[in-house]
Design a protein around this ligand. Structure first.
Ligand SMILES: C[S@@+](CC[C@H](N)C(=O)[O-])C[C@H]1O[C@@H](n2cnc3c(N)ncnc32)[C@H](O)[C@@H]1O
Length: 477
């Protein structure tokens, strides 16, 4: 269903108030998710199409990315220039989405937030966006799912009443993009009608696709994209909004995003843990309970995030025991250390470091735990080899992680496009267990979390399946 009218006069008129209007429509979580999906990094160039007052551009600039900001409205561009007067890395250009004023193959990523439903020819706009991508570049579009709120057309000059996801995916593929996916953001866009009688609340999708060619992302690229993603979640986390039961796997618990069962922990376990710890629970299981910890044990948690598993482990090993949490994201470590100080816990310490090169001495740890982290590592073998090194003889690993049965498209594991949940680098469960065996672990086993403690070992079915598993193993004594 379309409306022929161009939205340009409308946006010229509202340009001065757009920044406050847009804040009431949708949250910054949408921007973080789009930027994470693209894996955009410092020093790269991105285009923000339909830049408006610079919602996406602001996030890109904060990440050290150079931006070509394109908008049809001169008044919007004037707002942008004023708002970012001090920033040299933004190039504002007037232009239409179907005829972008940008050279072929010149940008590393293209973003279009809430633009598509305003353009006359969405498929042509997507083809244009694909044209300006460098080989290997990523297109990330956030827009509205199909809806029935007519007032958004008549009052806010939407041309399209949202989109069917299948159509968007087909447009990405027709534009020559590979690995096209249309994902759930768990976010929505809200607006009231002018007479106040109607409120639109429309879910927002994230469509991503990559231009063929280019180099695969390096380990540094992946680390930096993961760090940016979790740094943004940590900065956004608000103890007052924290909801324990919305704990989610690699998503953002405050937004309720989840790829796994909503309640990871037994309620009794979480008693007396502060909301800023439980609210930053981003795991996909309960590795501490599986570990069966004993008083006095030394525990190492890989990718400790906001610290929930470290604090749970600390209670179980007691004052004679010790827990180390390692994480590479400074904002996560800040959150975890702040919670530790407030709780007055003395047997936990958080160290900055990568799980592929642990800042921990050889043979000093009884139990290595990890919750929804190893799937994010570009070098899982190094993670297991390091875990083996730091464990005492006879020490054990207790992991909750997302794995697959079978491989992703093209026979490859999922890649950074799969921002949502813990599928960024999830690999086949048998390959995962083989890596553990290769570095020396014995008695390795993976059990589908939904089968409960003592469930049957996973038996691959041949079809691609992504799920959360309990993974255990032992270093020979
Ligand atoms: C999904 S969150 C899980 C956090 C925590 N385990 C939990 O259950 O809430 C992933 C965490 O792992 C960290 N991380 C991911 N890759 C890492 C790596 N290679 N080295 C160190 N930390 C990493 C991220 O910074 C983030 O805090």
């Amino acid at each position: 269903m379309t409306s022929p009218a161009s939205s340009k006069p409308y946006f010229d008129e509202v340009a001065g108030q757009w920044e406050s209007m847009r804040q009431s429509f949708f949250s910054e979580a949408i921007r973080d998710k789009a930027l994470s999906a693209a894996g955009i990094r410092q020093g790269q160039v991105a285009a923000d199409i339909g830049a408006g007052s610079g919602f996406i551009t602001a996030g890109l600039v904060a990440r050290g990315v150079r931006v070509i900001a394109v908008d049809q409205s001169d008044a919007m561009l004037a707002e942008m220039r004023q708002r970012f007067a001090e920033v040299e890395s933004i190039d504002c250009r007037a232009g239409e989405a179907e005829a972008l004023p940008v050279d072929n193959a010149s940008v590393d990523a293209v973003f279009a937030n809430m633009l598509l439903h305003h353009v006359e020819h969405p498929a042509a706009a997507i083809a244009e966006m694909a044209r300006i991508l460098k080989p290997g570049g990523v297109l990330a579009i956030t827009d509205l799912d199909e809806h029935t709120f007519e007032f958004l057309r008549t009052e806010q000059h939407d041309r399209w009443m949202g989109f069917k996801r299948a159509d968007v995916r087909a447009w990405l593929e027709a534009a020559g993009l590979e690995r096209a996916q249309v994902l759930n953001t768990e976010e929505s866009c809200c607006a009231d009608s002018s007479c106040g009688t109607q409120r639109a609340d429309v879910s927002v999708f994230l469509a991503v696709g990559r231009k063929p060619g280019g180099e695969a992302p390096s380990a540094d690229d992946i680390h930096s994209a993961v760090r940016d993603h979790y740094g943004a979640i940590a900065r956004r986390s608000d103890p007052d909004l924290a909801v324990v039961t919305a704990a989610s796997c690699c998503g953002d618990s405050s937004s309720g995003a989840s790829c796994c069962a909503p309640a990871l922990y037994d309620d009794a376990l979480l008693e007396n843990l502060p909301a800023d710890v439980t609210g930053l629970s981003l795991g996909c299981g309960d590795p501490v309970t599986i570990a069966g910890l004993k008083l006095g044990e030394a525990v190492l948690d890989l990718g400790s995030g906001g610290g929930i598993d470290c604090f749970l482990a600390a209670r179980q090993v007691g004052e004679s025991g010790h827990v180390i949490g390692v994480d590479m994201t400074p904002d996560m470590l800040d959150k975890a250390n702040a919670a530790k100080a407030r709780m007055g816990v003395t047997n936990v310490e958080f160290r900055r470091g990568q799980i592929e090169a642990l800042p921990v001495d050889d043979a000093t740890i009884d139990v290595v735990t990890s919750n929804c982290v190893i799937n994010l590592s570009p070098d899982k073998r190094a993670v297991f080899a390091e875990s083996f090194r730091v464990l005492k003889p006879g020490g054990r690993v207790s992991i909750s992680d997302v794995v697959t049965e079978g491989a992703g498209p093209d026979g490859l594991p999922f890649d950074v496009l799969s921002w949502s949940a813990c599928v960024a680098g999830a690999i086949d469960v048998n390959a995962y267990l083989d890596l553990m065996r290769e570095v020396g672990f014995v008695d390795v086993q993976a059990v589908d979390k939904t089968e409960g403690v003592g469930g049957e070992p996973v038996r691959p079915s041949g079809d691609l399946r992504v799920y959360s598993a309990r993974i255990t193993g032992r270093k020979p004594a």
